[in-house]
Design a protein around this ligand. Structure first.
Ligand code: HAM
Length: 427
């Protein structure tokens, strides 16, 4: 058969290749350690939900729902969407499984899907780690989730992130502000771009979020949402600010921070970097006290955030540790025949050891080359002579005598039975 044209991955959706997976795992492991350290438990929800779920939560008049969802009718005629984010699914699941009977701290990770225009830091399939807390009114819990993110940046060695926060008030306060904003913007309608003009009627707060530089001045002079807040919202926000100060977290209040999803109220926040160009928000979230009820559950306060793994990985410079400890080389008829069984014995004795067993034969030289390329710290060397004496060689592959004159670089022969005791010294 003639060779066919190879197919390619869908634009904006990326393969995670074997050489990159260690960095992802390291980031995920560190995040999990921090999250578990605050008592958060992982939840996993399906990648596909009813489209209605996202329309009712994220909002009909948002970029995500209007333009970016991957939606389709399945063979049974149901309207489904690939999840564009995790909050709606978490709320749906929490209601469905009766999790709202007590405060819950939940986290999740996984791919999300938005049909945005792909560019650096913006993909159509991307990955989030997110947190949702149910049943706590804050502001203490708002502070906790922000402190948790700061600890994450420390764990990932990230230093150049800045925190922006704002309060969106409650729905009554926003309604008042909405009118003020529309009265301010209406006379300038001709200066607005198409999106903003449409939003002026449907979702005017989102005009504040416009990235169009031509609108920057108009937006800068708009009335401030902060001035429309009532005393409870103000106190909530002030308590959060003073908590941040006490904990030594630097922040900026950004009164134009409104977020692109409709479910927020009161606290919203974003962690931003200047190092990634236009897609500088690496983590974002806030409070959404009305969403549970809006999705059919009993009124339950909630707060959460999600961070973008691709963006964080691009920022973090950490080198992951080597993923292979030892590479077993076997040359000679008996040694080759026995190698797999001996590898199993070694794995029994050292369950933590990451051991690659050479396959496919070849000379010592070619097997050493493979061992070196595997990134292993040591080669375990088995020849017929060693096998006859039930011994095995340990040859360090990574230490140069120039760097460490006392380092063992020579091959050391040990009894196979003693390998479990001796090998850790070489790793
Ligand atoms: P979001 O702001 O839409 O919020 O997304 C959170 C983070 O996901 C962003 O700050 C960014 O790092 C990453 N992200 C979003 N879209 C893309 C993309 N196309 N490519 C790469 N990374 C992206 C939410 O999703 C809310 N559910 C957060 C939340 C949880 N609020 C309360 N709880």
């Amino acid at each position: 058969m003639a060779r066919q044209t190879p197919l390619r991955a869908i634009r904006g959706m990326h393969d995670l290749l074997p050489d990159d997976s260690a960095r992802w795992q390291q980031l995920e492991d560190r995040a999990r350690t921090v999250l578990e350290g605050y008592g958060y438990k992982e939840m996993r929800t399906p990648l596909v939900e009813q489209s209605e779920l996202f329309k009712r939560s994220i909002g009909e008049v948002t970029d995500i729902v209007e333009k970016e969802m991957y939606s389709f009718e399945d063979r049974g005629g149901d309207q489904l969407s690939l999840r564009p984010e995790g909050t709606a699914s978490c709320v749906r699941a929490a209601i469905e499984h009766g999790l709202l009977d007590q405060p819950r701290r939940i986290w999740y990770r996984g791919p999300m899907f938005r049909r945005e225009r792909p560019q650096r830091g913006r993909y159509r399939q991307f990955h989030q780690i997110g947190v949702e807390v149910f049943g706590l009114t804050g502001p203490d819990i708002d502070l906790e989730v922000i402190l948790l993110t700061r600890r994450l940046w420390d764990a990932l060695g990230l230093t150049d992130l800045r925190l922006e926060i704002n309060s969106l008030g409650d729905s009554a306060e926003r309604a008042v502000y909405r009118e003020q904003l529309v009265s301010y913007l209406r006379p300038h309608e001709d200066r607005l771009d198409d999106d903003s003009r449409r939003r002026l009627d449907s979702n005017p707060l989102r005009v504040l979020d416009s990235k169009n530089p031509d609108l920057a001045e108009l937006i800068a002079e708009a009335p401030s949402l902060t001035d429309a807040l009532g005393s409870e919202s103000r106190e909530h926000f002030e308590a959060l600010c003073s908590g941040l100060e006490q904990a030594g977290v630097a922040y900026q209040v950004n009164p134009r921070l409104v977020r692109g999803l409709d479910y927020y109220n009161r606290t919203v926040f974003e962690w931003i970097t200047d190092a990634l160009g236009a897609q500088g928000t690496v983590c974002a979230g806030g409070r959404y006290d009305g969403l549970v009820e809006q999705l059919g559950g009993k009124a339950t306060p909630a707060v959460g955030f999600a961070l973008g793994l691709e963006r964080l990985l691009e920022l973090s410079q950490t080198e992951p540790p080597p993923s292979v400890d030892a590479y077993l080389i076997a040359v000679g008829e008996q040694a080759s025949a026995a190698a797999m069984a001996i590898a199993e014995q070694i794995r029994d004795a050292l369950p933590q050891l990451r051991l690659v067993c050479h396959c496919g034969g070849g000379s010592f030289k070619s097997q050493f080359k493979r061992a070196d390329r595997s990134g292993a710290k040591v080669a375990l060397v088995l020849g017929d002579d060693e096998l006859a004496q039930q011994r095995i060689g340990i040859k360090p592959l990574r230490v140069s005598a120039a760097e460490d004159p006392h380092a063992k670089t020579e091959q050391t022969s040990v009894a196979i039975d003693a390998l479990a005791d001796r090998l850790p010294d070489f790793l």
